[in-house]
Ligand binder design. Structure first.
Ligand code: ADP
Ligand code: MG
Length: 377
């Protein structure tokens, strides 16, 4: 709320008028189901209580003026003609969302937008999808468009894939658009069917940013995507969603390991959702450790630092489970704790990690939060 008051003041200062709407979308953390989305499999993310917020007011003409509080920078373009900057920067995400809405046949109005963010950038908590959905919510409100969350998510993914030029699955945008407080979101990435699965209330979600930059991340991500596609082609299936464990025996290295991970991970997501539906948190831990081992050994996207964070967590009382989350090659781990164990976790995992690596890891205690909300102010 303090962040929002500040944003309203900033808007007033930059545009010398008052905003009429506030649109807010959360970052997300994926509990389990890594590198399964682009294989038409299952994922189980939850929205976190950190958001990107956009304050906006309509204009009479087509002029769009945008201010980013975090970059202290402006942008200006026409609502019927957003173009790439060619620099793949924050402006492209905003323009890209407008482009995707126009491309889908919606008519946009001009307006003023001020943006501020509480999702750490580039840490793997999907600040980009939070930004896209918050901006989409604002453009829709300004033009009085009624677009459902799933459709908005698809348009934002298209903006990121085709306009910004970053390959990503649909998980981040769906989580930012459709999540509900207290719940994780089971997504079938083939049918896009959603199911809300409550997180047992005695469980706390803790994210640790390893502070290892995902430098090789993009190249390696594309490489893994291609390997999965190649494995599916070799097996004669549409995607690895349709392959079975025994099929992996027919694959050469390293495709066998890649496929083994995806097939096992899909089964783990469904088992985790099952346990949560029963209100039973206990099996989640084992599934998370198995997921981490599979990402480390078969999918080969972990780093020594992420492995260390998971090892320290697994030896700490009150920790249910831990694994790397996001694409890997750095970024964050997600940890489930018995509520009340947060302090012990901080000293036995985060502090020790800092001592051993010299990296200033950061810990975020997260609550499962709502997806996109748009309200008049
Ligand atoms: P992640 O989604 O994991 O946080 P990405 O590299 O996909 O990392 O997206 C980060 C990019 O999204 C930033 O470089 C910036 O362009 C944009 N972005 C995210 N949050 C904000 C914000 N609050 N204000 C402006 N741009 C933002
Ligand atoms: Mg992103």
């Amino acid at each position: 709320m303090a962040l929002e008051q500040q944003l309203l003041a900033t808007f007033d200062e930059v545009f010398t008028r008052c905003p009429t709407v506030v649109s807010e979308a959360p970052g997300r953390v994926n509990l389990i189901g890594e590198h399964t989305d682009y294989n038409e499999g299952f994922v189980l993310p939850l929205a976190i209580d950190r958001t990107v917020t956009v304050a906006a007011a309509p204009a009479n003409g087509k002029a769009v003026r945008v201010y980013s509080g975090d970059f202290d920078a402006r942008d200006e373009w026409r609502a019927d003609a957003p173009r790439r900057t060619g620099r793949r920067e924050w402006r492209d995400y905003v323009r890209g969302v407008a482009w995707a809405l126009l491309d889908a046949g919606y008519e946009l109005r001009g307006g003023d937008l001020a943006i501020t963010g509480g999702v750490p950038l580039g840490a793997g908590l999907s600040s980009s999808a939070a930004l896209e959905l918050a901006v989409a919510g604002a453009f829709c409100a300004l033009a009085e468009l009624d677009v459902d969350g799933q459709k908005l998510a698809l348009l934002c993914q298209k903006a990121e894939n085709q306009f910004v030029g970053v390959q990503c699955g649909i998980m981040d945008q769906l989580a930012a658009a459709c999540s509900r407080a207290g719940n994780a979101l089971l997504i079938d990435c083939r049918s896009l069917e959603l199911e809300y699965v409550p997180l047992p209330p005695e469980i706390a979600v803790v994210v640790v940013d390893s502070k290892v930059q995902r430098e090789l991340g993009e190249t390696a991500y594309n490489e893994r995507q291609e390997e999965c596609a190649a494995a599916a082609r070799t097996l004669g299936v549409k995607s690895l969603r349709d392959a079975a464990e025994r099929d992996t025996l027919r694959l050469p290295e390293p495709l066998d390991g890649r496929a083994r991970h995806v097939i096992g991970e899909n089964a783990r997501v469904l088992a985790a959702a099952d346990a949560m539906r029963r209100g039973d948190g206990a099996p989640l831990g084992q599934l998370m450790y198995e997921s981490h081992a599979s990402l480390r050994d078969d999918f080969e996207v972990s780093t020594p630092e992420l492995d260390l964070l998971v090892k320290l967590a697994s030896g700490t009382d009150g920790v249910i489970g831990a694994r790397l989350t996001g694409a890997g090659f750095g970024g964050c781990t997600v940890n489930l704790l018995m509520a009340g164990a947060e302090e012990r976790f901080e000293s036995e995992v985060v502090e020790r990690y800092r001592q051993e690596t010299g990296l200033a890891a950061e810990m975020l205690v997260c609550k499962p939060a709502d997806g996109l909300t748009v309200r008049n102010v």
